[in-house]
Design a protein around this ligand. Sequence first.
Ligand code: FMN
Length: 245
Amino acid sequence: MKEYFADFLDKSSYQKLSAPPQQQGLPQPPLELPWPASAELIALPAPADLVIPPADLRKTIEARRSLRHYDLSQSLSQSELSYLLWLTQGVKRITGRPATLRTVPSAGARHAFETILLINRVEGLEPGLYRYIATRHALLRLDAPVDIEVELMTAAGEQEHVVLSAVTFIWMAVTERMTWRYVERSLRYLFLDAGHVCQNLYLAGESIGCGVCAIAAYDDAKVNALIGADGVDQFAIYLATVGKK
Ligand SMILES: Cc1cc2nc3c(=O)[nH]c(=O)nc-3n(C[C@H](O)[C@H](O)[C@H](O)COP(=O)(O)O)c2cc1C
């Protein structure tokens, strides 16, 4: 185990960076994965119009716990889902570079994540798999097996809160968005970035009466296969379940 960390730290030594694609003049990867031009996006309630009662930050942080059982009689509203997506990956601005500035920090504003959602109980949305199109604040329906929630639970070591959740967030890292600038540092930055995103979900959830539970114990290959990630250039980096208390 010691060797593993030594190897990782040695390879990611800041002094040893090989020439990043950015410095080689290679084009920056797109800010977001493309989606089919023919696809109909599902607009989410606009962030500016969300009516969410204010929450005290200290109380919210102190009250936060990981919750694995949810009120199955309650769905999330689309406004609540919009709020959770906005506070975890919402695009506040696209700068001239271009880069996205979002509600979470990211190393070098690389923002290398796509948010995939397993939706079980959200008002007005068919259960299934969706992708958050952050630059449009909209959802894209993805193809998925009919029992996707069971398959995802199995891929996550039978953790039942995946099927019990109103929504399960799956953050997918698109590595080239980070490696373009940071080469060997990228892995570290991707995992650090993921922590910020999930913490925002915990706090945003807590502020609207939802419980959240982070999930990092899962079969990478199985989860990657379900979300269409190849496991090298794209991979599931972190999951989290959400539901009403
Ligand atoms: C990186 C990380 C991975 C986690 N993975 C899981 C998981 O796979 N399944 C689970 O039920 N909880 C998971 N958790 C939740 C922790 O078990 C939980 O945060 C911890 O027990 C402390 O409880 P609290 O969050 O209520 O304070 C994870 C938390 C973190 C930060």
